[in-house]
Write a protein that binds this ligand. Structure first.
Ligand code: GUN
Length: 288
């Protein structure tokens, strides 16, 4: 079972429609600022996709590209100017940042009201705490839950294994699954015999960045698999010299899982739609 891509287009056309109405009503558009430090090929690709998606729905985009060797102060100055710019409603700092930079300090500099990635420590903290609501939830984890719910997968009381604990995907996914009352196990680089844990799970979510790591025998018969991996692997037969693949060995998993998201074409495109939706929500809040 797949989520039909028509649903994704539904989401995007809904956003485009709302932006059109906003333009007609108040003469304003939502704006998204994207910050890229250095020249990582994967980050450049992700940013290109995000900007294209903004153009498609009518979100104004602002791009700042800084050199690999720039300083924290230079980046924070750029972020501060976007924080103060009323035409900017969302700010994303493409991660990972070069090693010499303090990622937390930089993400912390993004105004809470414009943190459309949901990576600000206060947003993550509110996600972790009962009775609190973050202003923004990280996009990929939100998509993971949405896909499960819209596919009719029950989360309450189910065993979920989240492979990976990154601040931007694995950790918030575990928190969100707990909010939906799943029993969550986290599998990470120090976990002994990860397949023993994953093979008991009703829901398996991956965020590892290792192509084909999750094999068919890691999964329980009938498990639901959400692959959040976006790995670029060299492939001279492709036009750009590389292709995108997930963390799950799809050919093996498809014979075991009852539902699975493919890569490419699964979580990724919907994640971009969620980013657009967060940016629109932020603009609506700003102009309320
Ligand atoms: N790097 C990998 N995924 C993401 C994402 O969703 N947002 C940002 N800002 N950086 C990323």
């Amino acid at each position: 079972r797949f989520i039909p891509s028509s649903r994704i287009h539904d989401v995007k056309s809904g956003i485009a429609w709302e932006i059109c109405r906003m333009k007609n009503a108040i003469g304003k558009l939502p704006g998204l600022a994207v910050l890229l430090v250095g020249k990582r090929r994967d980050s450049q690709t992700f940013i290109r996709i995000k900007i294209k998606a903004c153009n498609e729905v009518g979100i104004a985009s602002f791009i700042a590209e800084l050199p690999e060797d720039c300083t924290e102060d230079e980046i924070i100055n750029v972020i501060s100017s976007y924080n103060e710019n009323p035409s900017v409603h969302g700010i994303i700092v493409q991660l990972p940042l070069p090693q010499h930079l303090d990622q937390e300090k930089i993400v912390n500099a993004v105004s809470l009201e414009k943190d459309v990635d949901g990576f600000h420590p206060t947003n993550i903290g509110n996600l972790a705490m009962r009775g609190r609501e973050p202003l923004f939830i990280p996009c990929a984890p939100m998509v993971c839950i949405e896909l499960l719910l819209r596919s009719g997968v029950e989360i309450i009381g189910k065993k979920a294994a989240v492979i990976g604990r990154s601040q931007i995907a694995g950790l918030p996914t575990s928190l969100l699954l707990q909010r939906h009352n799943a029993t969550v196990s986290t599998v990470h680089a120090f976990t002994k015999n990860p397949e023993q844990i994953t093979s008991q799970a009703d829901i398996v979510v991956t965020d590892v960045g290792v192509p084909n790591m999750v094999r068919g025998h890691w999964l329980k018969q009938g498990a639901v698999v959400v692959d959040m991996g976006t790995n670029l692997v060299k492939d001279p037969s492709c036009r750009q010299g590389y292709r995108v693949t997930g963390d799950v060995c799809f050919e093996e998993a498809i014979g075991v899982a009852s539902a699975i998201t493919p890569v490419p074409g699964g979580v990724g495109p919907v994640t971009i739609s969620m980013l657009l939706s967060n940016t629109l929500d932020s603009a609506k809040r700003a102009y309320r």
